[in-house]
Design a protein around this ligand. Structure first.
Ligand code: SF4
Ligand code: SF4
Length: 432
């Protein structure tokens, strides 16, 4: 694609990066076929190619974002299916991240939108605040219908997604070291995360228990926290970079003092962002190198397990499992085979739902900020999953677990919980 940026504009490294990305796009439109919003809405401006044109236009003109571009960029799930499909290697993720930061700086949203976004950014990345908010949600739930009819519609979606009971805080989320059983064959740091540690602490418990039994020591470093993905996708660049720097410091302290083979991540949405820390902090001389090291160490738990020499499983539950590949897993991190192979090897009969490339509509805060599109994608996903005839669903991202579980009639668990069970750990709750 031909671009027309001035030398002054290209002096801004963010614009220069976006210009490079834009020039790779050859307008072929292959990406439209796999874009969930184009598939649903059929509008070119809700396709990757349409959004790329809108972003190009805005950046070239050097003008503030307007309502039209905000509408179409807000509808983008950042699912990155377009990146998997694109034959020209267009890095849509970095382009849309830049566009979102530009929108945040130059566009004034309506007051209710500003309030909802500020609330999400204040609550979700902080486990203590998130836990308190979930407990308060039961008082707000009767008003969900009322919010539905106002400009505060996202609040209704939040209340509907909030679980009725909140599990107690788990010791697995506290800083400390979980020693390997028997001879040590590895040492990793575990990102305990923000929302996942509150919604389903059993995921980190299963991860620690499985890794320890396989001879891997697990450190939960002091000072680590939310990866920053939630605010990053809202264009809040400053908050996202602060979260990234805090985590880089926490992990580098452990890596430099005691050594680390990997930083293990159990939420693929977080994994995609942490693997991008090297890019996000490339312009910060104090952090660029450390952030690149962190990105190189970051591994999804299934990626790490697949590289270990696993023993024979102790239990072979023989259940049929529909594997839902989260977008951040298959498109963001290009991890497709490992989770399926690990589950098969552990004795599960793995089924592939149709349209596996399409997002379930969770996408970070998307299911709260764009509830209608999100619900349509969820229902389509659940229909495809149920058509497999599987007894349960396995996936590797807490957002997808919450989203699919809100409509599916079968248990939805994290892949690592099934692996932990097969290799001698606890049976996940909810499985008959
Ligand atoms: S990230 Fe997903 S929703 Fe956004 S343009 Fe690409 S395919 Fe479409
Ligand atoms: S597939 Fe790639 S090159 Fe083709 S229009 Fe989409 S982003 Fe551009």
């Amino acid at each position: 694609m031909q671009t027309n940026f001035s030398p002054e504009q290209l002096a801004d490294p963010h614009v220069a990066e976006s210009e490079k990305i834009l020039r790779n796009c050859v307008h072929c439109g292959f990406c439209t076929a796999t874009c969930p919003t184009y598939v649903l809405l059929g509008n070119e401006l809700d396709s990757p190619r349409g959004r790329i044109y809108l972003i190009k236009d805005m950046l070239e003109a050097g003008r503030p974002a307007d309502r039209e571009i905000v509408t179409h960029i807000d509808r983008c799930l950042s699912c990155l299916a377009c990146m998997t499909t694109c034959p020209s290697g267009v890095h849509y993720m970095h382009l849309v991240d830049h566009a979102r930061a530009h929108i945040e700086k130059t566009f004034r949203r309506r007051l209710p939108d500003r309030l909802v976004r500020a609330l999400l950014a204040f609550v979700l990345p902080h486990p203590g605040r998130f836990r308190a908010a979930l407990k308060l949600a039961r008082f707000g739930r009767p008003f969900a219908g009322l919010f539905e009819r106002t400009a505060l519609k996202p609040l209704a979606a939040m209340l509907r997604l909030a679980p009725k009971t909140v599990p107690p805080a788990s010791p697995a989320s506290r800083p400390g070291v979980h020693a390997a059983s028997g001879p040590r064959r590895g040492r990793v740091a575990l990102l305990t995360g923000c929302a996942q540690s509150v919604l389903d602490p059993a995921i980190n418990e299963a991860t620690i228990s499985l890794l320890n039994r396989l001879g891997v020591e697990v450190a939960v470093p002091e000072g680590e926290g939310c990866c920053g993905a939630l605010v990053h996708h809202m264009g809040r660049e400053h908050a996202a970079l602060e979260a990234a720097r805090r985590n880089v410091d926490a992990w580098m302290r452990v890596a430099d003092n005691d050594g680390l083979d990997a930083i293990v991540i159990t939420a693929s949405g977080c994994g995609t962002t942490i693997k991008d820390y090297g890019f996000m902090l490339r312009l910060d001389p104090a952090y660029a190198e450390k952030a690149a090291r962190v990105s190189a160490l970051a591994k999804d738990v299934t990626e790490y397990l697949a590289a270990l020499d696993l023993p024979e499983p102790q239990n072979r539950p023989g259940l049929t499992v529909a594997y839902h590949s989260a977008c951040s897993m298959q498109h963001g991190q290009k991890i497709s085979l490992q989770p399926r192979e690990l589950l098969s090897r552990a004795g599960f009969n793995v089924r592939e739902p149709r349209e596996g490339h399409l997002c379930c509509g969770s996408a970070g805060t998307y299911n709260m900020l764009q509830p209608e599109i999100s619900a349509r994608l969820r229902d389509r996903k659940v229909k495809n999953i149920e058509a497999t005839g599987a007894a349960l669903v396995a996936t590797g991202n807490i957002g997808c677990i919450t989203q699919i579980a809100s409509a599916a009639r079968m248990p939805v668990v994290h892949t690592v919980q099934l692996l932990d069970w097969a290799y001698g750990g606890r049976k996940p709750e909810g499985i008959a």
